[in-house]
Write a protein that binds this ligand. Sequence first.
Ligand SMILES: C[S@@+](CC[C@H](N)C(=O)[O-])C[C@H]1O[C@@H](n2cnc3c(N)ncnc32)[C@H](O)[C@@H]1O
Length: 304
Amino acid sequence: MTEKITARRPLSASAAPRPTARPASPPIAQPDREFVFSPADFERVRALIYKHAGISLSPVKQDMVYSRLARRLRARGDRTFAEYLDRAEREPDEWETFVNSLTTNLTSFFREAHHFDILGERLKKHAGRGPVRIWCSAASTGEEPYSLAITACEAFNTMTPPVQIVATDIDTNVLSTAGKGVYGLDRVDRLSRERMQRFFLKGTGTQAGLARVRPELQRLIEFKRINLLDTHWALQGPFDYMFCRNVMIYFDKPTQHAILKRFVPLLKSDGLLFAGHSESFLHAADIFRSLGRTVYERTDARDR
Ligand SMILES: C[S@@+](CC[C@H](N)C(=O)[O-])C[C@H]1O[C@@H](n2cnc3c(N)ncnc32)[C@H](O)[C@@H]1O
C-alpha cells in the first residue's frame, strides 16, 4: 500500500466551474458566539470551497461552517474570520486543514449493499482475464474501498485476488484514517461474523474496542489524494469499475457534467460507474446511460 497524501493550493479561477447565481445569505444570528461570523464571512468561505472543491454550501450550513472553522481560529489564535481566511489562503498547511474541515465524510462498510452484490457477480466472471482495476473516487475514511477489497476476495475466493483498487479523496485527514484501516467496533458491528473473522483482526489490551483490516486487504488498495475538480488527475486508466458515490451530491449540475465527461476515457467501454443512492446522472445521458439502481454504463458502450 502506498499512501501519497498532499494537498494543493486553490485552482485558478479558469480551472474551476463558475459559481451559479445564489440568493444572498440571510443575516446570521450571533447568539453567544465567540467570534463574529458575518454574512460576508460566510460568502467568502462559500466561494473559496466552491472554487477549490466544487462543494456548494447552502445557507443552512452556516452553523456547521461556523463551528468547524471557529476551532481553527482558536487553534491559530486568529481574532476574526477575515484574519483566519487570509491565513488559509496564504499558508498551504492551513489551506489543507480548511478544506478538510468543510468536507462531509459520512460512510460505512457495504453502504448501499446492492452495488457490492452486482460487483461480486461481475467479478466472478472475470476469472483469468487479467487484473481488474477499480477507482473509488470519494473514499472517505476507507470503509468503501475496504468493502470493495472484501467483495473481490469473496468473489475470487482468495485473499490475493487479481484486483487493484485506487482509493482517492480530496480530504487528507480521512485518507490518513483510511490508510491505517483501524476502526471502532461500532463501525464494523453490522458485518457478519464470518467477514469479521476472515478480514479483520480484533484489538486486545490497549487496542481493545478496535478492529484492524487484515494487511492483505490493504495491499489491494493504493490511497492518494485527488481533487475531482483538479484539471489533472494523477491516475492511470482505464478502469473496469468506478465508484463515485455520495460526492456528486455536493456539486452543481455543470460541475457534475464536467467531471462525468472526464470519467469516460478512464472507464473501459464495458465498465460500470456506480453512483450514490440520491444521485442521478440523467442530465448527462449523452455520456452515461442508467442501468437502474444507480449503476451506469458509458452511453457509447457497445451492445453486450
Ligand atoms: C459523504 S462522503 C462519501 C463516501 C463514500 N463514497 C460513500 O458513499 O460512503 C463524500 C466524500 O467526498 C469527498 N469529496 C468532497 N469533495 C471532493 C472533491 N472535490 N474531490 C474529491 N473528493 C471530494 C469528501 O472528502 C468525502 O470524503
